[in-house]
Ligand binder design. Structure first.
Ligand code: RTP
Length: 150
């Protein structure tokens, strides 16, 4: 498995409910490395751009209202298979389908308040990282590497 970066965002409900620390804890404990993070309330147009591929969906207007209702916590996590593993850690989009033990399975009930976002492919992760962190991420070497990878 190659090292990848994935874009993980704690949505406004996750921030308001005090779940930032819990979500960071899970990614840290898994062994992934945090290379970028910011708390930000982006303008509506920015969020519409992030979710542009969903603009034809009936739930798009409600999704954007929700996503601009408060600050979001944006992060980039790095590690082998980080994109697919991140999606598993978040759980299925609909909390009713999310496995217990996943973030959505453990902490939310409705699809329109599902507390987190994670990139679905490496290609989309790279696009989202470029969009949310145009100045790049912080390159650093973790002393734990040899204890996490063979
Ligand atoms: P996300 O982008 O937020 O990680 O979610 P996803 O890939 O798992 O799912 P996607 O289909 O891209 O949907 C994006 C977000 O839109 C909201 N949604 N609402 N009311 C509905 O039927 C509905 N379906 C999707 C969710 O907040 C979902 O995460």
């Amino acid at each position: 498995m190659s090292s990848e970066r994935t874009y993980i965002m704690i949505k406004p409900d996750g921030v308001q409910r005090g779940l930032v620390g819990e979500i960071i804890k899970r990614f840290e404990q898994k062994g992934f490395k945090l290379v970028a993070m910011k708390l930000w309330a982006p303008p509506r147009e920015f969020m519409e751009n992030h979710y542009a591929d969903l603009s034809s969906k009936g739930f798009f207007a409600g999704l954007i209202e929700y996503m601009v209702s408060g600050p979001v916590c944006s992060m980039v996590w790095e590690g082998a298979g980080a994109v697919a593993a991140g999606r598993v850690m978040l759980g299925a989009t609909k909390p009713s389908d999310s496995a217990t033990g996943s973030i959505r399975g453990d902490f939310c009930i409705e699809v329109g308040r599902n507390i987190c976002h994670g990139s679905d492919t490496v290609e989309n992760a790279n696009k989202e990282i470029e969009l949310w962190f145009p100045d790049g991420v912080t390159e650093w070497d973790s002393c734990q590497k040899a204890w996490i990878y063979e």
